[in-house]
Design a protein. Sequence first.
Length: 74
Amino acid sequence: MSKTKITINNNGSMRIEGDFEIIDKTGTNYDLGGREIISICRCGLSQNKPFCDGAHNGRFEHEAIAFALPPKKV
């Protein structure tokens, strides 16, 4: 099994690569058609949610810079 990599793109989607599955709230798998790379919408403008269709181009701004989360609450 390969490691899953998630990349948060500036002004755009979240790209997922590797071995993964995407499941809806009822537990049903999305049929990804054998894809090992997909992009998830972050802007809410896609007509193909949860997948990105490029609708964000020029209409969504977010500079994706990694940071540390605060410690987990116990």
